[in-house]
Write a protein that binds this ligand. Structure first.
Ligand code: PEP
Length: 269
């Protein structure tokens, strides 16, 4: 792992303070009754957690429900995908304007499941990031290496390439209105997690790649960790200086687990 030294280490004192974000990725789970119970518990449990931001990214059909139940709470909501096109003959697609109509704040873009199952490459991811930002929302841009790439020692090259593709396509300013989620593919839904030190090293590297485009943008950029985050490991991950929260899959479907992760973010640093 290469450690660049273009920006000073974040020490929480007199440096840029990045409010932690815990975002749930419900994936293709839920129904009206389950969602209602979960959203009400999350809204109630986060009411006093003002030092962290919490969000849920729900399936498209439930955006109205999320907006309806969360609009007077501190919990933000968002989607898990977006079309790169503003409108037109794209059957089955959902535009950024449509997501904005439902009050979305966040849109997950480039999740590894979309990259792998729907062949979304870096160019598509960049177009979707641009569409999300043009719609006034914040993309949560997912990057991360596969198990094979991890085992081959290619993490740095793969993640740098994914981060750089957005820099090349949209410029460093793209990261000023974005959140990055580092999600090692081998840790998603597997119960395996990168150690806090391993994750920290990659987060630091991401920040330093962005800093080569714009140092101020890099200092402000929130970089989430994702991959089997749960109540039991959240606090040690959040103690790392460049881990600014979590993108949470499975554990976001359990109100107790999700709230404990949000509380760990609220209590960290
Ligand atoms: C995800 O899908 O973004 C994710 C991090 O899933 P999990 O927490 O279940 O590993």
């Amino acid at each position: 792992m290469r450690f660049l030294s273009t920006i000073p280490p974040f020490n929480g004192i007199g440096e840029t303070v990045r409010k932690k974000l815990v975002a749930g990725n419900w994936k293709m789970h839920g129904n009206l009754a389950q969602n209602s119970a979960l959203l009400l518990k999350v809204a109630e449990g986060t009411a006093s957690l003002d030092k962290a931001e919490c969000a849920v990214c729900v399936p498209f059909p439930y955006l109205f429900q999320a907006q309806d139940l969360l609009r007077r709470t501190v919990v933000q909501w968002g989607a898990q995908n977006v079309s790169q096109y503003p409108s037109g003959a794209y059957t089955g697609e959902v535009s950024a304007g449509m997501l904005a109509d439902f009050g979305c704040r966040y849109v997950i873009v480039g999740h590894s499941e979309r990259r792998r199952l729907y062949a979304e490459g870096d160019a598509t991811v960049a177009a979707k990031v641009g569409a999300t930002q043009a719609g006034g929302m914040i993309p949560v841009v997912c990057v991360g290496e596969t198990l094979e790439e991890w085992e081959a020692g290619r993490t740095e090259a793969v993640v740098t390439g994914q981060i750089q593709a957005l820099l090349d396509g949209l410029g460093a300013q793209a990261y000023d209105r974005a959140v990055v989620a580092y999600e090692p593919v081998w840790a998603i839904g597997t119960g395996k997690t990168a150690s806090p030190a391993q994750a920290q090293a990659v987060h630091r590297m991401i920040r330093e790649v962005v800093a080569q485009g714009d140092q101020r943008v890099a200092e402000r950029l929130r970089i989430l960790y994702g991959g089997s985050v749960k109540a039991a490991n959240a606090a040690e991950l959040f103690a790392m200086p460049d881990i600014d929260g979590a993108l949470v899959g499975g554990a976001s479907l359990d109100a107790g687990e999700f709230l404990a992760i949000c509380a760990a973010a609220h209590e960290s640093r």
